[in-house]
Ligand binder design. Structure first.
Ligand code: AKG
Ligand code: FE2
Length: 220
């Protein structure tokens, strides 16, 4: 099945703006939103991800541009960058852009754009402790992780673990369908624990405009 076989699968007004507690994000630097998207929309995205051709996925890497390498000792997921040209992917990008506008309006964060990829962690796959951005060395400001997994149980593992500045566990997040996590990309060290089942999510980053001389900083 190719991506062109799918119609748009979520409505632009589908996401629950009320569910996003911007005050929590401003105060703590992160927020966990249990019901960002309704079950049917999550299910549609999940079915889409599951049905994708294996060739639609690539081994995830670490670092950007010429620093980019795949290192399966660090991360073992497969990813697929979302594209506006692909209808089911475009609607998610539009939703996240609407959220960008909302966050800018409420928190004046000056978020400029957004990039994201689907991620598939097969059983046992992990992503070791890392930061998504290093202070002053990346234009990634705010990370979003949206989970697609129906009926995910504590026994299934695969938690996102977030750490505080002391290295103590701050949050252990089950990757349950409909849940969105937002956190400041250069503040929270986090990891993905191995799970028992295939784990699907959409991870993205809101970015500042780090353009130099009118050339927009390349994505990824
Ligand atoms: O899937 C998750 O819970 C987090 C993924 C992640 O940390 C990343 O892709 O940078
Ligand atoms: Fe990360």
């Amino acid at each position: 099945m190719t991506t062109a076989d799918f119609e748009p699968i979520i409505e632009l007004d589908a996401f629950n703006t009320q569910a996003i507690d911007c005050a929590q994000l401003a105060t703590h630097g992160y927020v966990i939103v249990p019901n960002f998207l309704a079950t049917e929309h999550c299910r549609a995205l999940f079915d889409y991800a599951v049905a994708l051709d294996p060739n639609a996925w690539q081994q995830a890497g670490i670092g950007r541009a010429d620093q980019y390498t795949t290192n399966t000792a660090v991360r073992q997921d497969k990813i697929r960058w979302l594209h506006r040209e692909c209808a089911p992917e475009a609607t998610y990008l539009e939703l996240m852009d609407a959220l960008r506008v909302q966050i800018n309006r409420e928190l004046f964060m000056g978020l400029f754009d957004y990039e994201c990829h689907l991620a598939h962690y097969p059983p046992g796959a992990f992503y070791r402790k890392h930061l998504d951005a290093f202070k002053g060395r990346s234009n990634r400001i705010l990370t979003s992780v949206f989970y697609l997994n129906p009926e995910w149980d504590t026994n299934d593992g695969g938690e996102l673990v977030m750490y505080d500045a002391q290295g103590d566990v701050l949050e252990k997040v089950l990757p349950e369908a409909g849940k969105l996590v937002l956190f400041l990309s250069d503040v929270f060290v986090h990891e993905v624990l191995p799970g028992q089942r295939d784990r699907f999510s959409i991870t993205g980053w809101y970015r500042h405009n780090a353009s130099i001389g009118g050339v927009i900083d390349p994505t990824r």
